[in-house]
Design a protein around this ligand. Structure first.
Ligand SMILES: NC(=O)c1ccc[n+]([C@@H]2O[C@H](COP(=O)([O-])OP(=O)(O)OC[C@H]3O[C@@H](n4cnc5c(N)ncnc54)[C@H](O)[C@@H]3O)[C@@H](O)[C@H]2O)c1
Ligand SMILES: O=C(O)C(=O)C[C@]1(C(=O)O)C=C[C@@H](O)C=C1
Length: 303
């Protein structure tokens, strides 16, 4: 593929930023990738792995001539990172992000960028894993997966398309939502499940006989708690950034638990079975739908 991007800058070269860089590189879509970050050791590792071509020691140099900047650090870093970039940002450079929450990210960007908010196209790849850091980055992470863009009214159609194009090169399918719609949806199907998995493992780990419990925990426990292996810093930021929507979902879930508890306490087998059956059927429909929708396109068609 001819280089679509001459220079891409990634701020936060971990699982998400690193996989983005790897995918663009694998497609031959970028001439050079520069990494910015908090940890020198991690950036050196990213360079050693061939994820980035250079470490942006000098931020002005790093963003000079960049076509695209991707922010892929924990969401609370959005404001500070943009503040550091702003003085050096050229007018043609498009900035986007991969943060798991969109209302707070957009507000932080608007506050820092002011009348240059048009240069920031918020986004969120709906793909990930519980492992983090540059060693976890893989080129196929986004293949067949959704990326939700939540453009601001000030964005030009060309800049939104530029960001969409980058994700399409990574094999992703573009969706659009408002930041508020986005945050409600993901409070329900991503942020709540993470909170529950972390809380359950924490609860078990604090029990006096935790060692015995973990000794016998098997695949059911492993599947339910896989996501409790995710980055605590990232999930602290997501939880607080989407506090309101997450509290709403948590309250609804607690009401559901109260109802299921009552069924259990009263020996209402019929009621319990109805909940379990409804859940199983809904899950089967969902799995069937994603298996159709996320069938990865052949590599040459995605390019
Ligand atoms: N992990 C997932 O499943 C997933 C999926 C979609 C989106 N996201 C979002 O992507 C972002 C990155 O997540 P990840 O899984 O790649 O995490 P990660 O821990 O693998 O990578 C984050 C990187 O950001 C760096 N960093 C931290 N503070 C920074 C700062 N101030 N400036 C520059 N770099 C900084 C860290 O050193 C690290 O290398 C988060 O905002 C997260 O919400 C994650
Ligand atoms: O597969 C995982 O480990 C994930 O947690 C990925 C996952 C999710 O599905 O909730 C996590 C956070 C995101 O922002 C998007 C995707």
């Amino acid at each position: 593929m001819k280089h679509v991007f001459d220079k891409v800058v990634i701020s936060g070269v971990g699982l998400i930023g690193g996989s983005f860089a790897r995918a663009l590189k694998q497609a031959g879509a970028v001439r050079t990738v520069v990494g910015l970050g908090r940890s020198r050791a991690s950036l050196e590792r990213a360079r050693e792995l061939g994820i980035i071509d250079a470490i942006g020691d000098d931020i002005a140099d790093a963003v000079k001539g960049a076509d695209l900047v991707l922010l892929a650090a924990p969401v609370a870093q959005t404001g500070p990172i943009l503040s550091a970039l702003l003085p050096h940002l050229e007018p043609h450079t498009v900035v986007t992000d991969a943060g798991s929450t969109k209302t707070d990210v957009t507000e932080a960007a608007r506050k820092v960028l002011g009348d240059r908010i048009h240069q920031f196209v918020p986004g969120h790849p709906i793909a990930g894993r519980e492992t983090n850091g540059p060693d976890a980055a893989i080129p196929d992470l986004y293949r067949g997966k959704k990326v939700v863009l939540t453009p601001v009214p000030e964005n030009s159609a060309e800049d939104v398309e530029r960001v969409a194009q980058a994700w399409r090169i990574c094999g992703a399918i573009i969706h659009r939502l408002s930041p508020q719609e986005h945050d409600k949806v993901f409070a329900s199907v991503s942020h709540l499940p993470h909170l529950l998995a972390f809380a359950l493992v924490d609860d078990i780990a604090r029990k006096p006989h935790a060692d015995l419990l973990f000794q016998y925990a098997a695949s059911g426990f492993r599947d339910f708690t896989r996501i409790a292996g995710s980055s605590p810093e990232m999930w602290r930021d997501i939880s607080l950034a989407n506090q309101e929507a997450l509290l709403t979902e948590l309250d609804a879930y607690m009401a559901q638990l109260t109802s299921v508890r009552a069924q259990l306490a009263s020996g209402d087998g019929k009621g319990l079975e109805a909940v379990y059956s409804n859940a199983r059927e809904a899950r089967e429909r969902w799995i069937a739908a994603i298996e159709t929708a996320e069938a990865p396109p052949p590599k040459d068609l995605a390019e």
